[in-house]
Design a protein around this ligand. Structure first.
Ligand code: HEC
Ligand code: HEC
Length: 194
C-alpha cells in the first residue's frame, strides 16, 4: 500500500512538472505570436500598392521573366535600386556579366529591359530611390554596391563579415536584410548572419 501511495505521489509530482513545462512552452509561443502579429500589422498598414508603401519601401519584384532569368544566381534587385541608364549598360554587357556569360532570347531581354527601365530609380517616389538618384549625380554605376549612398550606409560592415560563407559579398542583400524581398530595407529588419 505504501508503495502504491509513493507511486501516486511521484506521478502527481511528475504531472505538475510536465504541466508547468507545457505552460512555459505555451507562454513562449504566445510571445512569438504577439511579436509576429505586431510586425505583420505594421507591414499591413502599408499595403504593397498603396502610396504610403511606395514612398516608404521599394515595390517587390513582380516580373516573372526577370525572376526566372536573373534570379538564378543572386537576389532579384528591385529596379528602383538603379537608374535606367545603369540597367541599359548592364543589359548591354551580358556576354561579360561580372565574369559570367548570360544568354537571353531577344524576347525575354526586351521584356526584362522594359520592366527594369520603366520602374527604375528616377521614376520612383520611394525615399531610398530618391536618395540613390541624389547621391549619383550623373554617374552610371554598373553596381548598386557602387552607389555612394549605399556605400555610406554600409561603411560599418567589415570586409571580414562580408566574406562569411553565409554572406559572400555586399551584393547579397537578402543575406542581411530579412525583408529585402518585400522591398523593405529598414535597419529594424537587418540581421547579420554568423
Ligand atoms: C549565371 C549567374 C548570373 C545570372 C543568371 C545573372 N547574374 Fe547578375 N551577377 C552575377 C554575378 C556573379 C554578379 C557579381 C556578384 C558579386 O560581386 O558578388 C552579378 C551582379 C549583378 C548586379 C550587381 C550587384 C551589385 O553588386 O550591386 C546586378 C545589378 C545584376 N547582377 C543584374 C542581373 C540581371 C539584370 C540579370 C538578368 C539579365 C542577372 N544579373 C543575371 C551572376 C549572374
Ligand atoms: C552584411 C550585411 C548586409 C548586406 C549584405 C547588405 N546590407 Fe544593407 N544594411 C546593412 C546594415 C547593418 C545596415 C544598417 C546601417 C545603419 O545602422 O544605418 C544596412 C542599411 C541599408 C540601407 C539603409 C536603411 C536605412 O534605414 O537607412 C539600405 C537602403 C540598404 N542597406 C540596402 C542594401 C542593398 C540594396 C543591399 C544589396 C545590394 C544591401 N543593403 C546589402 C547590412 C547589409
Amino acid at each position: 500500500m505504501t508503495g502504491t501511495r509513493k507511486w501516486i505521489t511521484f506521478l502527481a509530482a511528475l504531472l505538475v512538472m510536465i504541466n508547468g513545462a507545457f505552460y512555459a512552452v505555451l507562454a513562449d509561443h504566445d510571445d512569438d505570436h504577439d511579436r509576429e502579429g505586431k510586425r505583420s500589422q505594421h507591414q499591413k498598414r502599408y499595403r504593397e500598392n498603396s502610396k504610403d508603401y511606395k514612398k516608404r519601401y521599394l515595390t517587390p519584384v513582380n516580373n516573372p521573366t526577370y525572376i526566372e532569368e536573373c534570379g538564378g544566381c543572386h537576389f532579384t534587385y528591385q529596379p528602383e535600386l538603379l537608374p535606367s541608364r545603369s540597367w541599359d549598360k548592364i543589359l548591354a554587357g551580358l556576354e561579360d556579366h561580372y565574369g559570367e556569360v548570360i544568354e537571353l532570347d531577344p524576347k525575354s531581354k526586351r521584356e526584362i529591359a522594359e520592366y527594369l527601365k520603366t520602374n527604375a530609380a528616377e521614376y520612383s517616389s520611394a525615399k531610398r530611390a530618391v536618395k540613390i538618384m541624389q547621391s549619383l549625380g550623373n554617374r552610371t554605376p554598373m553596381r548598386i554596391t557602387q552607389i555612394p549612398y549605399i556605400q555610406e550606409k554600409h561603411h560599418e560592415v567589415s570586409q571580414k563579415v562580408l566574406e562569411r560563407d553565409s554572406i559572400g559579398s555586399l551584393s547579397n542583400c537578402s543575406a542581411c536584410h530579412t525583408t529585402a524581398k518585400k522591398g523593405i530595407y529598414e535597419d529594424d529588419y537587418v540581421v547579420i548572419p554568423p
